[in-house]
Design a protein around this ligand. Structure first.
Ligand code: ATP
Ligand code: MG
Length: 536
């Protein structure tokens, strides 16, 4: 069996051995903009202490430990502590409600959960339904509540700062379990192994191309694959200097941080850019983003309108990239020195074989829309959906992984996203992707945000329905509707013109900022919206 470095060794211990323990690698910024610097030594010691505690309470290799705490240096230490025990880390959004939490904890068979006092109530109320859950470690209570609910604070005060663990292990040893974003249905637990490390590092270097003097900022929460892989694992194992902000979207704080901390490489998501786009232009013109070298975007298609806006406002290139919880690392990406084609997700990275097939797995030529596929076997590929072998098997046709998205290539080898396979709208025999209609509508100045779905229609099979959030001060009118219809017709096609427009306050999104079209669709059709555990 192939051996690899434990991700915790590659991300922490190795640097201590090399004498780089005091190197500052993380600038942590709180909501109130107070800052703390962290070194490898800090995380090595903290994770050693927690690893010892986990071992003492009986965590064995292969057990799942759930981390149900908000993003924090503590969360990072816990993640590495779990890996040092060769157990499986499962980071969960701290915003999850009881039902969502129950789904994930019972699917993962978590034996231990680390949490915060303010979140404890949610776990206690479902604990009787979780027979495998033995211990709850609470980071911020002073005393144990009983034999099951222990104070991590107290345990830490008497823990050892040393922890011996095998620095290398079988490449196939499970390392982390990442629940998908739940955009198309109930989230699935994608299981990843320590052997993913080489691909994660390689992709980070090839796409982000950080230099020693760069300051990198990934805005994603570690409960989403992007925040874990490119917010913790890749920057730690490659010694990238990074900033993390302990908070959700806040335009003033974000812009202040970009300027004052001199962020050079910024990895964010279309939803964040879309929110920024709704702010007054003066907020941007007041600031100086001269240190920023480039931006990256992931998670949803980057509409050309947002791309052009970002480029104009920040004065740098915006590189979109495509990957999934299942792929474990970036698969298709724009990166320097490539020429960006606005609206395209770029080209497969080195060593990744990506192509478009029809439903019979026949290769399609450039220009033909079909299923986005990857040749199986890249290192960071998920090794299963936890306790759901059927769903895993359904994703493969022999050696081909079918991602569940529709796309096409062009003659230069660029990939263009169309939609999720579930979201494509068959209207009167024409296939329309919601993304292209949304992109066109976003170009209308009065429209701040928009989501498009296909609703059942007795004549057209599906009719296109647009849910529009207007910019503040704008009002919906017959003229504006006409303008929208003409614009979609010119930009996309006449068959893509929405049959209905509905005004909404907010486009429903999940915690990683993706539009929950299935929820809009269900509500519109008066049906059960299904799993809403990931909804913001
Ligand atoms: P679920 O699988 O539970 O429905 P999800 O697919 O949103 O949720 P993730 O693994 O977080 O869960 O997201 C991967 C998906 O996000 C991709 O399959 C694709 O649909 C979308 N996506 C990611 N990056 C891009 C991008 N650059 N352009 C277009 N779509 C993207
Ligand atoms: Mg998915």
């Amino acid at each position: 069996m192939k051996k690899v470095e434990n991700i915790a060794y590659a991300g922490l211990t190795r640097f201590i051995e090399n004498g780089e323990g005091e190197k500052e690698l993380l600038l942590w910024v709180e909501n109130d903009l107070s800052k703390t610097s962290f070194s490898y030594s800090y995380f090595e010691t903290m994770s050693n202490r927690i690893a010892g505690i986990l071992q003492e309470i009986g965590v064995n290799p292969g057990d799942t430990v759930s981390l149900f705490i908000p993003r924090s240096p503590m969360l990072i230490s816990c993640f590495f502590a779990v890996l040092k025990n060769a157990a499986i880390s499962s980071i969960l959004f701290s915003t999850l409600g009881e039902a969502g939490l129950l789904d994930r904890l019972s699917n993962s068979n978590a034996r231990v959960i680390i949490t915060k006092k303010s979140l404890l109530r949610k776990i206690i109320s479902i604990k009787h339904q979780l027979p495998t859950l033995e211990r709850i470690l609470v980071v911020d209570i002073d005393e144990d509540q009983n034999d099951h609910v222990l104070s991590l604070k107290r345990l830490l005060s008497k823990s050892s700062s040393a922890f011996d663990y095998p620095h290398s292990l079988d490449a196939e040893t499970p390392a982390f379990l990442q629940y998908t974003s739940g955009s198309t249905g109930k989230p699935k637990g994608a299981l990843h192994v320590h052997g993913a490390i080489a691909d994660i590092e390689k992709s980070f270097k090839e796409i982000m191309q950080l230099q020693a003097d760069d300051l990198y900022w990934c805005t994603a929460d570690p409960a989403w694959i992007t925040g874990l892989v490119y917010g913790i694992i890749a920057p730690f194992t490659t010694a990238a200097r990074q900033l993390q902000y302990n908070g959700t979207y806040n335009a003033d704080n974000w812009l202040k941080l970009l300027e004052q901390e001199k962020v050079t490489v910024w990895y964010t998501a279309p939803t964040a850019l879309r929110m920024l786009m709704q702010e007054e232009e003066s907020k941007f013109s007041q600031r100086d983003f001269q240190h920023l070298k480039r931006m990256y975007s992931v998670g949803e298609p980057l509409n050309p309108e947002i791309y052009h806006w970002g480029k104009r406002i920040f004065g740098v290139e915006v590189y979109d990239n495509w990957w999934q919880s299942e792929t474990g690392s970036m698969m298709i990406a724009n990166r320097p020195p490539m020429k960006v084609k606005p609206g395209s997700m770029g080209k497969p990275r080195e060593g990744i074989e990506s192509f478009i097939c029809d439903e019979n797995m026949r290769l399609l030529p450039p220009g033909k829309q079909g299923l986005l596929c990857l040749h199986k076997g890249w290192g960071s590929m998920f090794r299963g959906y936890f306790h759901n072998d059927t769903a895993y098997a359904e994703k493969f046709h022999g050696d081909i992984y079918v991602a569940g998205d529709l796309a096409f290539t062009d003659s230069d080898g660029y990939f263009w996203y169309v939609s999720r396979a579930d979201d494509v709208i068959n209207t009167a025999g024409h296939l329309v992707g919601p993304f292209e209609v949304e992109s066109a509508l976003l170009e209308i100045p009065e429209i701040a945000d928009v989501a498009v779905i296909g609703a059942d229609d007795p004549i057209m099979h599906k009719r296109i329905v647009a849910f529009v959030k207007l910019r503040s001060g704008a009002a919906w009118s017959k003229e504006l509707e006409l303008k929208c219809r003409v614009h979609v017709s010119n930009k996309v096609s006449t068959s893509a013109i929405p049959a209905e427009f509905h005004m909404i306050e907010q486009v429903p999104k999940n915690q990683s900022g993706k539009i929950l079209r299935r929820v809009l669709k269900a509500v519109y059709e008066g049906k059960d919206p299904g799993d809403t555990s990931t909804m913001e």
